[in-house]
Ligand binder design. Structure first.
Ligand SMILES: [Zn+2]
Ligand SMILES: [Zn+2]
Ligand SMILES: [Zn+2]
Length: 403
């Protein structure tokens, strides 16, 4: 790596502020981010992008354990660690259900050497977020072993097709356990629970050991934005490793696709597991119970209720959109390859002769010659950076390939 690369990778080594280097005005006076800001975003987005087709656990059962011991009140994250964790987890929960609509989450909190369940396993993000906002405890010491035992308790009855996961957000530097934690780690491995831990303080030996043994990931967040980045990497389902793969045979999972009905008068149905009054409900096709929101599990017959679009959205994790090739437009409007070997032309139909610009296939905005253009390797469509990020992070469909 030469000096220039180093200068651009460490922003704290630069003398100019982020405001001066990344923000400028365009011809009409609008504030836009400059190339450096774009490069930084591209780099970040690509780092967490997975494009190969591998077997993944699509129906995930995730226990989210939050360390609410006295360390959660530390003020190195502003205003304190617990507040930052709560706001970051709210986004994580929404993003998780957006990308994994047929999965379920249960939340627990670790404080005063015990682990307490906050919410039951459910696919209703509203219920989790409401309960998360009420968490205010910051007392006592944390116990990793109790957190593991409770997660095993919650997840051990999950059927074989479900992917069992535990994510611990850990603030403490130590763990105060009632017994030998190694036995509990072995139990977690036996129950095929993949444990991932994010530490907010420092790298801790036992945390790393747990994640290595169970096939999860271990990370240390340096600040709030780093914590957000780490959690984003945990949103797509992780590939199944051979030791964690479900027992070779194919299992059928019952799912219901409910009808939405509107009543003239208000009547009772269910919102999660609680009764609720309303006039618009989804009706379970098996037992005709009314429920307000899907995806969810029918509260009387436990049938998983989904839209077909939810299944389609989970399916995208198995067949991801390929990474687009980076191309810099030169002054005559033809592509100059800057990425690895590129064997596609820029979508010629969209380049007007004699013009040095390309029209984005996504938003129909003009990509000017100083901007980077992204070209789909299969369909050959050209995209601006915004559309590239949107296609890979949210849409999971390339308009030039699928339409
Ligand atoms: Zn039902
Ligand atoms: Zn675009
Ligand atoms: Zn395409």
């Amino acid at each position: 790596m030469d000096d220039d690369d180093l200068a651009s990778s460490y922003r704290w080594e630069q003398t100019v502020s982020a405001w001066d280097s990344e923000i400028r005005e365009d011809d009409s006076g609008n504030i836009i981010a400059t190339q450096y800001g774009d490069q930084h975003r591209i780099h970040k987005a690509k780092e967490r992008r997975v494009t190969e087709s591998v077997r993944r656990g699509l129906i995930r059962y995730l226990v989210l354990a939050i360390d609410c011991s006295v360390s959660a009140a530390e003020k190195d994250y502003r205003p304190n660690r617990l507040s930052v964790i709560k706001s970051v987890l709210e986004d994580f929960i929404l993003h998780f259900f957006d990308q994994n609509p047929i999965s379920q989450i249960s939340m627990t909190q670790i404080y005063d050497r015990v682990s307490e369940k906050l919410t039951d396993l459910s696919g209703n993000p509203k219920a989790h977020i409401q309960r998360l906002r009420q968490v205010l405890t910051t007392e006592g010491l944390a116990s990793l072993q109790n957190a593991l035992i409770q997660a095993i308790d919650i997840l051990q009855h999950i059927p074989d097709y479900g992917h069992r996961e535990l994510l611990i957000i850990y603030n403490s530097l130590s763990s105060t356990d009632p017994g030998n934690i190694d036995n509990t780690i072995d139990m977690a491995v036996k129950n095929k629970i993949r444990v991932s831990i994010v530490c907010l303080s420092a790298e801790i030996y036992i945390c790393k050991k747990i994640t290595e043994k169970t096939g999860g990931t271990f990370s240390v967040a340096t600040d709030a934005s780093h914590l957000i980045e780490i959690l984003k990497t945990l949103v797509p389902p992780s590939p199944e490793t051979s030791s964690f793969a479900s027992s070779g045979k194919t299992e059928f999972v019952y799912m219901g696709f409910p009808r939405r009905v509107l009543d003239v008068n208000e009547n009772y149905g269910f919102d999660g597991k609680h009764p609720s009054l309303g006039s618009a409900f989804y009706i379970c096709p098996r037992c005709f119970t009314k429920t307000t929101d899907i995806p969810t599990q029918c509260c009387s017959c436990t049938l998983q209720l989904n839209f077909s679009s939810h299944i389609a959205r989970s399916h995208h994790h198995i067949f991801p959109v390929p990474n687009f090739e980076e191309v810099v437009l030169d002054s005559i409007g033809t592509g100059v390859n800057v990425g690895p070997k590129l064997d596609v032309n820029i979508n010629n139909a969209l380049i007007s002769p004699g013009q040095n610009e390309v029209i984005c296939c996504g938003c129909s905005e003009t990509i000017k010659n100083e901007d980077i253009c992204f070209v789909c390797p299969t369909g050959g469509g050209s995209y601006c950076i915004e559309c590239d990020l949107f296609i890979h992070d949210n849409l999971h469909n390339c308009s030039c390939c699928d339409l």
